[in-house]
Design a protein around this ligand. Structure first.
Ligand SMILES: [Zn+2]
Ligand SMILES: [Zn+2]
Length: 353
């Protein structure tokens, strides 16, 4: 079964070809169909900002490493007992690449993100088929195409970010980082009643995209005085909610200063493992009473992500579609930043919607 994989560890951005990481299409065996499993013929798999981190060996260095966790497709087979969610062959679906076992201690304590068996069903979905446990699979709403449906997983991350902000209607919100997660978070926070909604982003195209999708203000952190602009927009109060979706050590500098007293700051990206942020406890936690938190994965958010998916404008995030055979080209396009998001078509599947 053809699967997109990391075939050589290294940065995909390395200018030196001899040390650069490599992506290829390899042949993996089809995963076994257990009694509670669902086999999906994958229609689309989107490239995630975290995929290049896998190429850098962030989660292990034994190649090939299969990729793909943002997928949609059609059910082609069900295990004997995989009927608890009413799923049927032919259903248009998307889902969570992680299975939460429901049995271990964190799962039983309502903290599925820390499930001790979280990797058991984490299978590469940038492939002809993927086989998941039925609990991972969600039927797409009729009004959502398979192409847009592959964004259910990143949308679930934006929903979980919103959960962690504990936003109250009318709160002032700023998002740092106009990549796909930042853009989705922007739309989700807009639906959620955010005000003074601001995107901090150095790339002009991404700032414009944010404007088209509901940002009331944009800040160019390189060309403008970020703090002065934030003060101006919030009348000197700061933002009640600050979300980082950039993952950049450079960009997160200064974010605590744009937060309002008593505000919440959500670090919603993957950060370099060795990066340590200086944090003046007296200023930010004692005097300012900030709440700092993060997002690892997104349990409990998928049903609500499904509800909100038809309300999001996903056109610009689904413009660049490459065939599976040209996965190398797709990753080159992703790395170049030409498109806000790159999607791989894994099979020619007729969308019956
Ligand atoms: Zn992702
Ligand atoms: Zn568990």
């Amino acid at each position: 079964m053809r699967t997109v994989a990391v075939t050589k560890i290294g940065s995909l951005r390395d200018p030196d070809e001899s040390t650069r990481g490599r992506i290829g299409v390899v042949d993996f065996p089809e995963q076994p169909l257990g009694p509670e499993d669902v086999r999906i013929r994958v229609a689309y798999a989107a490239i995630c900002g975290s995929d290049p981190h896998l190429a850098e060996g962030f989660f292990g260095t034994d190649v090939p490493i299969g990729l793909g966790h943002e997928i949609s497709g059609i059910i082609e087979a069900l295990g004997d007992r995989a009927h608890r969610n009413g799923l049927k062959v032919g259903d248009r679906v998307a889902g969570n690449f992680l299975r939460f076992c429901g049995t271990c201690r964190p799962c039983r304590e309502g903290k599925q993100q820390f499930c001790e068996h979280i990797q058991d069903y984490n299978r590469p979905g940038m492939a002809e088929t993927v086989t998941w446990h039925e609990s991972q699979v969600y039927r797409l709403p009729d009004e959502v195409s398979l192409l847009k449906g592959c964004l259910l997983e990143p949308t679930s991350v934006a929903v979980r970010m919103a959960d962690k902000t504990r936003l109250a209607v009318g709160d002032r919100v700023v998002i740092c980082g106009g990549g796909p997660i930042g853009q989705l978070a922007l739309q989700v926070m807009k639906c959620h009643g955010a005000t003074s909604l601001t995107m901090i982003e150095p790339i002009a195209d991404r700032r414009e995209m944010a404007r088209r999708h509901g940002a009331e203000h944009v800040i160019d952190p390189l060309g403008e005085d970020q703090q002065a602009r934030a003060d101006e927009i919030t009348d000197g109060c700061g933002y009640d909610v600050v979300i980082d979706a950039s993952g950049s050590p450079h960009a997160v500098r200064g974010l605590l200063d744009v937060a309002a007293k008593g505000g919440t700051v959500v670090y919603g990206a993957m950060y370099p493992e060795t990066f340590e942020m200086p944090l003046n406890l007296s200023d930010y936690l004692y005097r300012k009473e900030l709440t700092l938190t993060g997002v690892f994965v997104s349990p409990y958010a998928f049903p609500r992500a499904l509800q909100i998916l038809p309300r999001l404008d996903l056109d610009e995030l689904t413009q660049a579609v490459f065939p599976l055979d040209d996965a190398v080209g797709a990753f080159a396009a992703h790395v170049s930043g030409t498109y806000p998001k790159v999607v791989i078509r894994c099979n020619e599947v007729e969308d019956t919607r």
